[in-house]
Write a protein that binds this ligand. Sequence first.
Ligand SMILES: Cc1ncc(COP(=O)(O)O)c(C=O)c1O
Length: 395
Amino acid sequence: MIPYSRQSINLFDVLSVSKQLAFKSLTQGSKIEEFEAKVAEYVGAQYAVAVSSATAGLHLAVLALELPAKSEVITSPISFVASSNAILYSSHQPKFIDVERETINIDLNLVNQEVESNKNIRAIIPVHFAGLPCDMEKLARLRASKGIKIVEDAAHALGASYPNGKKVGSCEYSEMTVFSFHPVKSITTGEGGMITTNSYDLYKKLLRLRSHGINKLNDSFESSLLSTTSGLLNPWYYEMQELGFNYRLTEIQAALGVSQLSRLDSFIKKRKSRVAWYLRKLSVLPSVTPVQSNSSSLSAHHIFPIRVNYSQLDIPRARLMTSLRERGITTQVHYIPIPLHPHYQKLGFGVEKLPEAMSYYHEALTIPLYPSLRKSQQSKVIIELSNLIGASQEK
Ligand SMILES: Cc1ncc(COP(=O)(O)O)c(C=O)c1O
């Protein structure tokens, strides 16, 4: 079976994890710090905080912004539910803004209009869909002129770059950036995530929130009565200063992360060459259009979504996907627009103002892409797709 995505694990990864497991600490040790320092250096940010998932990272990032109660936060409807769930966790209100047709990233002209007309918008979580960065320079103008905070959901985009050459995660245009290390992402730690920032205050707050809200770094103690005895510091003393969580990554996961990170650039290179090959082959397939084909040089190529114009074909998407599966190829749809999920429907969200998101959703199909995908497998994908689509056109 050719999956739509898969992790690349080699012997070095296995050895790094085994060494950590056999001889070193399992949690809260120096491997996490090494992983954080290496990710920060790679993306060009001052600080990085490892967390148990990008979902946890987004939750902490929104909390760390300390927005006024019931603020509205803009995000994309074409994303995994985690992007907007982070807003709900913090009792704020997601505001879904439609995507642009060319990139399936949030439409910044519509974002501008919303911010001009809605004073309750306090933050934006742009999603770098499929690994292609949003136009952050344009977004950053809103940050400067309206004081709006930005948290980049870069779950798909470790290894991607902005047009100025800097890496996503450098936080040149945002308060914080959040990455995911779930197995189908650029690199994996099994489950895991990382928040990067250039703000020391946010860094400290994120460290605290990741670990129960307990004091970190040079936080001074609030209680001098409990923290000292006759002027001497109590060596056992720690202090929970706010309500935090246990969102820590383990040292075993960090060992895998460090090992994987050393191959990130080669993973991205392999993804790029496979995308270039698909783009050449797909140009002759009827009723199929690649998504994001014009700006793909900046992308981390997390997934390879295409649009299939099913209205021109006799084969509905469910049958196409099932038939591809019968032929050994797994495909997926990224994503069901978030406001369509029953939980969001029950909260009163709808898709009336999201025509591009809905049009994309009706046509979307993610075909296999991952670093170890072989040319013969890519050929099989194109041949089977073209057979099924061709057969349906002949009817
Ligand atoms: C855009 C986006 N944001 C956030 C997440 C959450 O990532 P994690 O699985 O690490 O919690 C995902 C996961 O797929 C995602 O696709």
